[in-house]
Design a protein around this ligand. Structure first.
Ligand SMILES: C[S@@+](CC[C@H](N)C(=O)[O-])C[C@H]1O[C@@H](n2cnc3c(N)ncnc32)[C@H](O)[C@@H]1O
Length: 258
């Protein structure tokens, strides 16, 4: 993983958890979902991926645990965060007391068919092996289970993506899902969902400011700002769009690549 991605996904979560310890637990949810899906998107996903109806929710690339903690609090889900960055796992445990496992999407440390629901939010764009990741998600999902994906898709001529990111086109995404034998049951552009409430945005901004005040002179903070600025520009210009997908894992048992 690149140094920029380490700054964003390993160092930053530790800083966010420190800031939340100062600001209070009400800041944890908004701070830990940043760069990903807000409350409207999480509701959209939970409604379509059978979250909270029993069984395990595995959040692959679950970051600081914001979405998993939301699913537990709002829907009574039993989540497990699988995340390659130790700093993010530490932050998820510290802020939410979530069960976490350090692990990557190319070999998810969860048995075949164990997850009634699988979320993978903002992760497909950070790996070049998109098909391998989708096959792993399929492998751990219960036959007949549901997957929730948040994917940044390239809407054309995406220049200067943030380091370590490769955004699939809609066509590439559809082809990879079909090859992994996963069926899209619903999808929506995040931009078409209601914005996060002002209080959510305020808490996110207060956490950002606390992190900046403490770490704004450090190279990792500047690298992270650069990553976020590049992504914001691509979203603002419409070169990249955030898309939520609810995906059905068809019924028969399979092995990866079979
Ligand atoms: C944009 S963040 C999203 C975090 C979280 N899913 C959320 O929505 O708040 C992307 C996450 O994917 C993780 N990641 C990157 N490559 C991965 C891979 N190959 N397998 C699993 N997770 C990965 C990163 O460490 C990071 O925590």
């Amino acid at each position: 993983m690149s140094t920029s991605m380490d700054a964003e996904f390993d160092v930053m979560p530790r800083w966010v958890a420190e800031a939340v310890a100062e600001l209070g637990p009400g800041h944890a949810g908004p701070a830990a979902c940043r760069g990903s899906v807000g409350p409207a998107g999480l509701r959209w996903l939970a409604d379509r991926t059978r979250v909270g109806l029993g069984g395990l929710l595995v959040d692959v690339g679950g970051g600081m645990g914001g979405p998993a903690a939301w699913a537990r609090e709002q829907r009574g889900a039993a989540p497990l965060v699988v995340e390659p960055q130790p700093g993010a796992c530490w932050a998820a445990r510290r802020m939410f007391g979530l069960p976490t496992v350090v692990g990557s999407g190319d070999a998810v440390p969860v048995g075949d068919g164990r997850a009634a629901s699988v979320w993978c939010l903002g992760v497909l764009c950070t790996t070049t092996d998109k098909l391998g990741l989708l096959c792993e998600l399929r492998r751990i999902a219960t036959p007949g289970g549901r997957l929730g994906l948040f994917v940044l898709v390239d809407r054309g001529l995406c220049d200067q993506p943030p380091a370590g990111n490769s955004f699939p086109s809609e066509f590439e995404l559809a082809a990879a899902l079909a090859t992994a034998r996963l069926e899209v049951v619903d999808s929506v552009d995040v931009a078409d969902l209601p914005a996060a409430p002002p209080d959510w945005e305020r808490r996110t901004a207060e956490t950002d400011e606390a992190v900046r005040a403490r770490h704004g002179r450090e190279p990792a903070w500047r690298r992270m700002q650069e990553q976020q600025a590049r992504l914001a520009r691509l979203l603002d210009t419409g070169q990249v769009a955030g898309r939520l997908l609810a995906v059905h894992r068809p019924g028969e048992v399979s092995r990866r690549g079979a």
